[in-house]
Design a protein around this ligand. Structure first.
Ligand code: UDX
Length: 472
């Protein structure tokens, strides 16, 4: 492996924690700093804090050795050559990213610098943030020659974050000084040289020694825009296919066929063309709003992004309308809900369209039995169990004696239900699928009324009669 570098990562959220363990996996010495003492103690003691593939293994390998956790940013600054800022940039009321955490970290770093450091923006930040960080360091009396600020955005997805980090499509480094660019190049050398992929027990993924990831060197401002533009473009792709799926429903066409037909055009590509109940999560909603706000502040009309948001919001309402169309009235209906997380393979419920839909259905007077393989604990904190909302142990219990089953998150296990058992479990064999996990033909052959997104509704081909009498 190349020469290890001393790195500090500030923030132990999804990006910070994953970056910290992955830098250790690449051979570096890492200090992960968080000002939340409880989190630090939990991480030191063996907690992983988030549900993420490979994270427990990597933490087991490096905890308290190559990755140390602490609250002391001053010590971490003194000990490190590069300091990655991976703190939250929440959405403010105006849609802007709230950069107060980034500023606070910059000021604290400024107080402890005594030798050259590269300060790296890892959080998603608007263009010009690097200039503000630089200014704030200078205002706090730091000599300009003692630091550089670079932008190194992260493109990892929750659920596959570790593999995404170690097998990126590209590594973007926005640096306006050669000295800083060379530090970042050394940090990523194990990946860009391909060396990491030869390592025994390397996390597998699409990069190999023969095809290592490219490092794209840009200006800091371009790198900042690359991150926002990437997320906004992916969100736009999803809203586009959602709008097309609505058109398909109106025209009695099939959006899966349409998505395949357009995705095979190599200029468009097949990914992020899955229609559904809209995008959610901690990034897309916040980043689209922040990018729109950046454009506005720079005097650029980017109303396209407002349209992306509008389509995304409407998609949840269309789903409710679909449930209503299948059940006639909603008050008093018993519904099984599969999925609460904003997507499969995560326990994250931030901006989850599933939660939004559950709230809307509860407001309509439905009673709900919900199941999610990982997100129930977190959901209960915002939506406590009550008369109309129960959390249950598995998908069949959620479906038990219900008027319809709703699929709201694309967990792989929800696509593999035993349809015969499900049929017998429901009061009425109605499945409304917000994630298109099933083939309508198969569902109708199994006796279900099946409504999905952008595909013709399927009705039972066999008359299997109401479930209650089928059971008796
Ligand atoms: C996203 C970006 O993919 C990642 O590059 C960035 O660093 C952070 O934001 P993430 O939020 O983990 O990652 O989730 P992602 O897998 O991109 O999905 C986001 C949302 O879009 C989810 O709600 C998902 O269900 C939805 N989605 C995704 C669709 O509705 N259709 C699709 O085709 C793809």
């Amino acid at each position: 492996m190349s020469e290890p570098i001393k790195i500090a990562v500030v923030g132990s959220g999804y990006v910070g924690l994953v970056a910290a363990v992955c830098f250790a996996e690449m051979g570096h010495e890492v200090i992960c700093v968080d000002n939340d003492e409880r989190k630090v103690v939990a991480l030191q003691g063996g907690d992983t804090l988030i549900h993420e593939n490979y994270l427990p293994e990597l933490l087991d390998r490096y905890r308290n050795t190559r990755v140390r956790f602490m609250t002391d940013l001053a010590e971490a600054t003194r000990e490190s050559e590069a300091i990655f800022i991976a703190v939250g940039t929440p959405q403010s009321e105006t849609g802007d990213a709230d950069l107060s955490y980034v500023e606070a970290v910059a000021c604290e770093i400024a107080r402890s610098i005594s030798s050259y450091k590269v300060i790296v923006e890892k959080s998603t930040v608007p263009v010009y943030t690097n200039e503000w960080v630089r200014r704030s360091m200078e205002r706090n009396g730091v000599d300009r020659h003692l630091f550089d600020v670079v932008s190194n955005p992260e493109f990892l997805r929750e659920g596959t974050a570790v593999a995404d980090f170690l097998h990126p499509d590209r590594i973007v480094v926005g640096a306006d000084s050669e000295r800083a660019a060379s530090v970042l190049s050394r940090i990523y050398a194990p990946l860009t040289s391909g060396q990491y992929y030869e390592k025994e027990a390397a996390i597998s993924g699409c990069c190999t020694v023969a095809e290592p990831p490219p490092l794209l060197l840009t200006s800091t401002k371009s790198a900042e825009i690359i991150k926002h533009a990437s997320n906004a473009f992916l969100a736009l792709k999803i809203s586009f296919i959602n709008a097309v799926s609505n058109l398909c429903e109106a025209a009695d066409a099939n959006v899966e066929q349409v998505a395949r037909g357009i995705g095979l055009d190599s200029r468009i590509g097949p990914k992020f063309l899955r229609p559904g109940i809209g995008y959610g999560g901690s990034c897309f909603p916040k980043d689209v709003a922040a990018f729109r706000s950046v454009a506005e502040q720079l005097g650029i009309n980017f109303d396209l992004l407002a349209e992306v948001e509008k389509i995304n919001g409407l998609q949840k309402k269309r789903f409710i309308a679909k449930v209503r169309s299948a059940l006639w009235t909603l008050r008093g209906k018993r519904l099984g809900v599969l999925g609460l997380a904003f997507k499969g393979d995560t326990d994250d419920i931030r901006e989850s369209p599933a939660i939004e839909i559950v709230k809307l259905l509860l407001a309509e007077g439905c009673s709900i039995a919900a199941f999610d393989p990982a997100a129930m604990k977190r959901t209960q904190e915002v939506l406590p169990q009550g008369n109309c909302l129960r959390y249950v142990a598995d998908a069949y219990e959620a479906a038990s004696d219900c008027d319809a089953l709703l699929i709201l998150t694309d967990w792989p296990e929800f696509a593999r239900l035993d349809l015969e058992r499900l049929y017998k479990t429901l009061r009425y064999p109605i499945v409304i699928d917000g994630r298109n996990l099933y083939d309508p033909q198969v569902m109708s052959e199994n006796g279900f009324t099946y409504l999905s997104t952008g595909r013709p509704a399927a009705n039972p081909v066999r008359d299997l009669s109401p479930v209650a009498s089928a059971q008796s």
